[in-house]
Unconditional design. Structure first.
Length: 81
């Protein structure tokens, strides 16, 4: 009563044959780079200069924003009188 009933003639699963793929392309390595002390120094100096410029721009933006708030406050006080 509780036993499973199987079909009389089961159908076999479909056979899948994979299609042939192209061989993987040959990867060429990068040419060897010679890194000397002058190159490292130039990269470090460039990084320091760019960081200093970014900091100067940020400080300028903050100071301009503060000046704008102060001027707006002064003009609002002047217009109320």
């Amino acid at each position: 009563m509780f036993q499973p009933k199987y079909p009389d003639s089961p159908t076999p699963p479909p056979v899948h044959t994979p299609a042939p793929t192209d061989p993987a392309p040959v990867r060429r390595g990068l040419p060897p780079l010679s890194v000397n002390q002058k190159t490292v120094a130039a990269v470090l100096v460039g990084g320091v200069v760019l960081t200093a410029l970014l900091a100067a721009v940020a400080v300028t933006a903050v100071s301009v924003a503060i000046a704008a708030v102060v001027l707006r406050s002064l003009l609002r006080e002047h217009n109320r009188r």
